[in-house]
Design a protein around this ligand. Structure first.
Ligand SMILES: C[S@@+](CC[C@H](N)C(=O)[O-])C[C@H]1O[C@@H](n2cnc3c(N)ncnc32)[C@H](O)[C@@H]1O
Length: 161
């Protein structure tokens, strides 16, 4: 997920839907000490687990659809990267659009957005909708090869604004 993100050069990074914080560990290892980082997790139980695991990390228990207000509140005017664990295939088109619209207010021009999808989920209409929306927002969109050893098998979307 974090390959090619150049996190070591980032001034500010957001994580959407960190769950218990599996990706967070890898992100924090790469960030320079003065980089700003915040995570947005809507589920109160995951948010509580995240806070227990990373007491020093800013976590907003909120929806990524409110990213602009959250960034303003956090003093992060814009960010270099957004790492997302959001389950896009389970989100309505209106929520997908709201999250992507908000992203355009917080992600720097040239900024990177990375997210993953499960191969079996590609049959779902919402997954196809999400894939079709990406080129409307990003100048480049690429897909990694499928990681068959992941359970369930998944691939990564890498997008550049
Ligand atoms: C597939 S899990 C991510 C798992 C995480 N990357 C990990 O490896 O533990 C998706 C996460 O997105 C969160 N989520 C779903 N919709 C969200 C939204 N609109 N805003 C923020 N988080 C959301 C869920 O609560 C869940 O924690």
């Amino acid at each position: 997920m974090i390959e090619d993100l150049r996190l070591g050069a980032a001034e500010a990074v957001l994580e959407y839907g960190p769950g218990t914080g599996v990706f967070t560990d890898f992100i924090l290892r790469e960030l320079k000490p003065d980089a700003k980082f915040a995570a947005i997790e809507v589920n109160p139980q995951f948010a509580a687990a995240f806070k227990a695991r990373y007491p020093g990390v800013r976590l907003f228990q909120d929806t990524a659809a409110n990213a602009r207000d959250i960034c303003n509140y956090a003093g992060m005017r814009s960010v270099d990267c957004i790492v997302s664990g959001l389950p896009w295939a389970a989100l309505s088109k209106s929520t997908q659009v709201k999250c992507l619209d908000e992203m355009m207010h917080v992600l720097k021009p040239g900024g990177r957005f990375v997210t993953f999808a499960y191969v079996h989920g590609l049959a779902l209409p919402a997954a196809r909708t999400f894939a079709s929306l990406l080129p409307n927002y990003f100048t480049s969109v690429s897909r990694s090869p499928v990681v068959w050893l992941n359970l369930p098998p998944a691939f990564v979307y890498r997008c550049r604004r």
